[in-house]
Design a binder for this molecule. Structure first.
Ligand code: HEM
Length: 235
């Protein structure tokens, strides 16, 4: 209209990939952190055998992810651009396990981790970008794990905390560097959705790990939230 100034709506800013991942997995994070075994780990209430079993399954999970990433890197440049040295977490878990008297080669997967390994292999072949989402979850867990390490130290000592606190004081800058590498990728909406799906699947497998180990080690208390299943629903 002549002489009239019309206010146009501001173009909605597209969230960065790290913002999208955080927002789209918030419910999955909440579900995973509220499993009884996870809450007891965070409160330093796991007995040595349960902590050792948790370390063992996390080793198998990280190893499966590192192998999948290694297999997919040649045909997915985004993985190489974001993920640095996944074998470091594997090495920390192996050292922690030996520190608690468990030989890493002797660890067998529980069903949740066997499922995760199958999914990770399938992603490496068919949907390599999903592996970025899987990796985001395990790398992002270092944010909370630093605090969990302090609680574990109070009851089990400081001998096996390399995995829970891999970066020490540099953890915030490690995490902001990781997010910056994610955000530097140029991905379309479909590719971003694939990454989010991978992240949600990883949160679900970690939640299932807590439930399965919780049942074995007496940490199978009531759900910490109102929902009985994972946010992504029954599979
Ligand atoms: C009781 C258990 C847990 C506690 C207390 C906890 C706590 C936290 C805290 C404090 C943050 C930082 C939040 C922020 O600065 O915005 C965080 C971030 C995160 N945690 Fe956890 N967490 C727990 C369990 C888990 C588990 C089991 C996973 C998955 C294996 C996980 C994955 C993540 C991820 C991916 C982030 C990064 C979110 C983002 O900024 O994008 N957490 N957690």
């Amino acid at each position: 209209m002549p002489g009239t100034t019309m206010a146009l709506p501001a173009p909605s800013a597209m969230p960065t990939l790290s913002e999208l991942l955080k927002a789209e997995t918030a419910e999955h994070h909440r579900h995973a952190e509220r499993r009884q075994l996870q809450r007891d780990l965070a409160a330093g209430r796991l007995a040595p055998d349960a902590y050792a079993a948790w370390l063992g399954q996390m080793l198998l999970l990280h190893r499966a992810l590192a192998l999948a990433v290694q297999g997919a890197v040649p045909h997915c440049a985004a993985l190489a651009a974001v993920i640095r040295a996944p074998e470091v977490h594997v090495a920390h878990l192996e050292a922690d396990l030996r520190a608690v008297g468990v030989e890493p080669a002797a660890v067998e997967p529980i069903p949740a981790i066997a499922r995760a390994a199958t999914e990770l292999r399938a992603c490496a072949a068919d949907a390599p970008l999903a592996l970025l989402g899987h990796d985001y979850v395990l790398e992002g867990s270092t944010n909370g794990n630093r605090f969990i390490a302090r609680a574990v130290a109070r009851t089990l000592g400081e001998g096996a905390l390399r995995y829970l606190d891999p970066y020490g004081e540099t953890q915030p800058s490690e995490w902001s560097g990781y997010r910056a590498r994610l955000d530097a990728l140029a991905l379309d909406a479909a590719a971003r959705a694939t990454v989010v799906a991978g992240a949600r699947a990883m949160f679900d497998r970690v939640a299932e790990l807590s439930v399965e180990l919780g049942e074995r080690f007496g940490h199978a208390g009531p759900d910490g939230d109102a929902t009985s299943g994972p946010p992504s629903g029954p599979r």
